[in-house]
Write a protein that binds this ligand. Structure first.
Ligand code: ADP
Length: 188
């Protein structure tokens, strides 16, 4: 069974929703650098304050910050049997770091699920979510910047993981249930 997974996709592609489904199906914990950063922000730590400035502009938090968070988090025994990383890695440097951490732990990724969506559609989805969740990084200019950062820095990971033979590409344009059926069919 595949137990060490990533879910990739543009902001608003539906990663969080499908991540919950995957974790339930495979009985593995999720691991979200976005959620880790938001909890630092909520706790008002120095790291959280610095991260907030960048997040509110749609920029990535520096790799060094993310690497120390992830490096420490992955040592937790809760991830021993597997995990699904959501929103991480965001660029090639982070992907290389993750490869190294897992290698040091004597393990490796089993698969990378890419939720492939039309980038123009996600702007609408994110604006809708903004009304519901009240996240300070869900305003239109910030959403556009996040999509640009995604295209420049994160999308190259699709090729990286395809070449590593790990990529499972999923058409993410349908309904939540349709997308879930496609993912589940690949994981069962
Ligand atoms: P979304 O998928 O909607 O963009 P996330 O919760 O994954 O939401 O991330 C929110 C913000 O947190 C990102 O726009 C970015 O500023 C920051 N962030 C999250 N994960 C990372 C990461 N791995 N590297 C750098 N910045 C990150």
């Amino acid at each position: 069974m595949k137990k060490r997974l990533l879910i990739l996709g543009a902001p608003g592609a539906g990663k969080g929703t499908q991540a919950r489904n995957i974790c339930e199906l495979l009985d593995i914990p999720t691991f979200s650098t976005g959620a880790m950063l938001r909890s630092q922000m909520k706790a008002g730590t120095e790291l959280g304050k610095k991260a907030k400035e960048l997040i509110d502009r749609g920029e990535l938090v520096p790799d060094s910050v993310i690497s120390s968070l992830v490096g420490a988090e992955l040592q937790s025994p809760r991830y021993r049997e597997g995990f699904l990383a959501d929103g991480y890695p965001r660029n090639l440097e982070q992907a290389h770091f993750l490869d190294q951490v897992l290698k040091n732990m004597g393990t490796h990724l089993d698969a990378v699920i890419n939720l492939d969506v039309e980038l123009e559609d996600v702007v609408g989805r994110l604006l809708k979510r903004a009304e519901i969740e009240n996240r300070s990084d869900d305003t239109e200019p910030v959403i556009r910047r996040r999509l640009q950062v995604y295209k420049e820095q994160t999308e190259p990971l699709v090729r990286y993981y395809r070449e590593a033979g790990l990529l499972i590409n999923i058409d993410g344009n349908g309904s939540i249930d349709q997308v879930w059926d496609s993912i589940a069919a690949q994981l069962r």
